[in-house]
Ligand binder design. Structure first.
Ligand code: FES
Length: 102
């Protein structure tokens, strides 16, 4: 399923937007001018990554400080050791679209 979640120019680099698709809480991120979409909740504990920050192509969880690679969801340091789910994103017709499997 492909859903339009934002206007193409809605987020500046380093900004995030929470989106909900079919009950899933996701985070749309503009990192270095590129859009990414990952699960909103940290894989370590139930804490929103929306309260973290974007550094380059990484997102930092503000609760315990783990960084995740936005391209593949992989954790880059402890304490998180599970990847975030990532979702494909494309820009078309002046909108940002996220693809989910549901
Ligand atoms: S909740 Fe994110 S690193 Fe612990």
């Amino acid at each position: 399923m492909r859903i339009a979640v934002a206007a193409e120019d809605e987020l500046k680099t380093g900004q995030m937007k929470r989106v909900s698709i079919d009950g899933k809480r996701l985070l749309l991120v503009n990192a270095e001018g590129q859009y990414y979409c990952v699960d909103e909740m940290c894989s370590h504990e139930e804490f929103s990554l929306y309260f973290g920050c974007i550094q380059g192509k990484r997102i930092k969880c503000s609760l315990h400080g783990s960084y995740f690679n936005l391209e593949n969801g992989q954790p880059l340091n402890d304490p998180a050791d599970c990847p975030l789910q990532t979702y494909s994103v494309c820009v078309a017709d002046a909108q940002v679209w996220v693809e989910t499997t549901t």
